[in-house]
Each structure stands twice: as C-alpha cells, then as structure tokens.
Design a protein around this ligand. Structure first.
Ligand SMILES: [Zn+2]
Length: 205
C-alpha cells in the first residue's frame, strides 16, 4: 500500500498488528477515527492506555479484574468449594453467559504446549494446587478446549490433583467455547457443564 502520509501509515500498521485485521480493514478503521472529533479519538486512546495500566489479575483465580480480588471471587453467593479450571478470561465470560454455573474459577493463562514452548510453570498450575491445598474444595471441574494442548493440560492437572481425593470432573469434550464461542451456543455449553462427568470416565481404558 502506498501512503501519502507517514503518520497515516504508522497508524495503519498498528491496527494491522491486531488479530484478524488486514491492511484494508486497518486503513478503514484509521480513516474512520480520523473523521471523529479530537475528544472522541483521545477517549479511544486513553481507554486503551488506562486498560493496560490499571487492569489486574485476581489474586485468587487470576481472572482479569479491576480489583485485587475479582467480582466472582468476592461474591458471597458463589460456591467457593467448586472450582472450574479454564484457559483464559474468554472462557470465564462464556461460562458466565450460560447462567448455569455458580462456583468460582481458576484461570490458567494458557494451555501446556511444548510446540510453543509453554510448560506447566508458565501457567498458574502451582497456584491452583496451593489453592486446593489451603481451601476447602469439593469439586474441580476441568473445562478446557478439546484439542491436543487441552488434552495434555487435562492429563497434567489430573496427575497433580488426583491425590487430594477431590472429585475431578470434565465437561463434554468436543465443546468449543470461549475463544471459539461463536461455534457453540450458550445452551450447549450450559448443558455440558450441568452434565459434567468424572475425568477418569473420559479416559480410554
Ligand atoms: Zn477471582
């Protein structure tokens, strides 16, 4: 693309770094912003800077939060004894949208992926083990994506957690959610949480 302005080119390049945004879309977005009032563009920029500066990870579950402890962990009505383990904040949002789950979460911050150089120590797994050790937990639900990384992570988590003698369950595999929410509706996801099964039952004997 030939740009008549370096400033325009820089802005388009920044937008083009975002996932799913090609150069044409980037240009359209930048020109759109350029047509806005100064104050509106300032608000757009400031919102992003404020987000990055002030966002926190919940000290208990590692979900994205405005506070040290997130709204879910601090809600008195939530069942603190049931922990649903998920990959990232998108999965929390997807499960919350089902209105079928009343426990709390543990956000791993990714999945084990030797190909990408992500090992157990890159995730919040030790924190989860510590949490199970130090608080009263009645069930751990593993709600991870049905792919190779999800399987590897499930297997590892089960190995780390099985000696606590707490029921470890998993949602129906093959359910795509969170990052892939557009492929699974809330009813299906809600149902798969309601009909979760012991992890051992899902292993090929
Ligand atoms: Zn939390």
């Amino acid at each position: 693309m030939n740009f008549s302005s370096k400033l325009l080119e820089d802005a388009v390049n920044e937008f083009g770094k975002l996932p799913g945004i090609g150069q044409k879309t980037a240009l359209r977005l930048v020109l759109h912003l350029l047509g806005k009032e100064q104050a509106e563009v300032a608000q757009f920029g400031n919102t992003l800077i404020k987000l990055k500066n002030e966002i926190k990870n919940c000290r208990v579950c590692h979900n994205i939060s405005d506070y040290d402890i997130c709204n879910i962990c601090s809600a008195p009505k939530r069942e603190k004894e049931v922990i649903c383990v998920v990959e990232d904040a998108r999965d929390v949002m997807a499960i919350e949208n089902t209105n079928q789950y009343f426990g709390v979460y543990h956000v791993l911050g990714g999945l084990i992926s030797p190909m990408d150089g992500i090992g157990p120590s890159d995730l919040t797994i030790e924190d989860l083990v510590e949490r199970v050790k130090t608080s009263e937990v009645k069930e751990i639900i593993l709600a991870l994506s049905a792919n190779m990384e999800g399987d590897t992570t499930l297997f590892y988590l089960h190995k780390k957690l099985k000696d606590f003698n707490i029921p470890i369950t998993t949602i129906a595999r093959g359910i795509a959610f969170g990052g892939e929410l557009e492929y699974a509706d809330e009813v299906t996801l809600g149902r798969s949480i309601a009909t979760r099964v012991p992890y051992e039952n899902t292993l090929i004997k």
